[in-house]
Design a protein around this ligand. Structure first.
Ligand code: UDP
Ligand code: MG
Length: 314
């Protein structure tokens, strides 16, 4: 069988070489597997691309793509998946947080007929706040969206050709990959491993970015926030009608009086706030539609090991 390993890299010059060795070592245990490693340089500003060129020159099993700028991990993964030719494809990070020693076990499960093998990490060594935030995120999102997301299941996974083609058949611009992977379904197995701390470089995830990512997840899988807006509006209307009836009854019984301007101000501000929030939600969906309708490519490629070879000959 042929196995492709797809690695998105953004400023990973300190890790890539070590990762490559570790992957090679791990897969040496499977002599009957033909390995292709696809590195995607996502517009790195350090020496990552130079390292990739060197790896590709030294190892015929390596190919790489360099994107024209930083397009984000989702786009880089897509580029790698499109390029990969294997019967099965593993996606993993360059920073060694996804331990290559799991590869043989994942391949074994693939051979047993699983189309997705998810490597699931625990939260060892994560800071308490982060741990709690992730836990609430998963609880909220699983209650909210139609697909199931597993805490600790990231992008480190093996996909069969069937699953890869399913992912590639989804052309959307907003790619919330955790959701996409779950959406396609197929027979799925899980391999558990301990959380690895980053070996070098640093993570691009600030708390604010994670928060936005969580928001993306909540909005990108269905239109339930809009449904919630309808119910919320209905609820407030009913309250207003009841209150109005009460005010009218009160006026009929006791005569007209003009109290309660605080009530008016509070309800004007409160309702204004709710309306703005709901407009924001609608705006988010419209924004997504806007991006989807442009049908721009997800990324642009500026160099591959083949393009360089051609340039050298010319
Ligand atoms: N990455 C990428 N493009 C980006 C950001 C990250 O290709 O814009 C890659 C990065 O090089 C790494 C993987 O995605 O291989 C995961 O990134 P990171 O370690 O920063 O995320 P974390 O592990 O903290 O979730
Ligand atoms: Mg990482």
């Amino acid at each position: 069988m042929r196995l492709s390993v797809v690695v998105p890299c953004f400023n990973e010059e300190a890790s890539v070489e070590r990762l490559h060795e570790t992957v090679r070592t791990a897969l040496a245990a499977l002599p009957d597997v033909d390995v292709e490693v696809v590195y995607v340089d996502d517009g790195s500003e350090d020496g990552t691309l130079a390292v990739l060129r060197r790896l590709a020159a030294a190892d015929p099993g390596v190919c790489y793509l360099a994107l024209s700028r930083n397009f984000g991990k989702e786009a880089a993964m897509l580029a790698g998946l499109r390029r990969a030719t294997g019967d099965a494809v593993v996606i993993m990070d360059a920073d060694l947080q996804h331990p290559p020693r799991l590869l043989p076990e994942m391949v074994t499960l693939y051979r047993q007929g699983f189309d997705q093998v998810i490597a699931r990490r625990d939260r060892r060594g994560d800071r308490f706040v982060r741990k709690m935030a992730s836990r609430s995120f998963y609880r909220a999102i699983n209650w909210w969206i139609d697909v199931r997301l597993l805490d600790g299941a990231g992008d480190f996974r093996l996909l069969s050709r069937l699953a890869v083609d399913a992912i590639l058949a989804m052309p959307e611009y907003n790619r919330f990959s955790k959701g996409l992977f779950s959406w396609i379904g197929f027979r799925t197995a899980v391999v558990a491993h301990h959380n690895e701390l980053r070996q070098a470089g640093r993570s691009r995830w600030s708390f604010g970015k994670l928060f936005n990512y969580a928001f993306d997840g909540l909005l990108s899988f269905n239109n339930r926030p809009l449904r919630l807006a309808i119910y919320g509006g209905l609820f407030l209307t009913l309250i207003a009608v009841a209150y109005m009836a009460w005010v009218v009854a009160d006026a009929v019984e006791k005569g007209i009086d003009v109290p309660g301007y605080t009530t008016i101000i509070v309800s004007v501000i409160g309702l204004g706030g709710i309306q703005m929030m709901l407009l924001g939600v609608i705006g988010e969906y419209i924004g997504r539609i806007y991006y989807e309708t442009k049908r721009r490519p997800h990324y642009l490629v500026r160099e591959t090991e083949r393009l360089v070879a051609e340039a050298d000959e010319g």
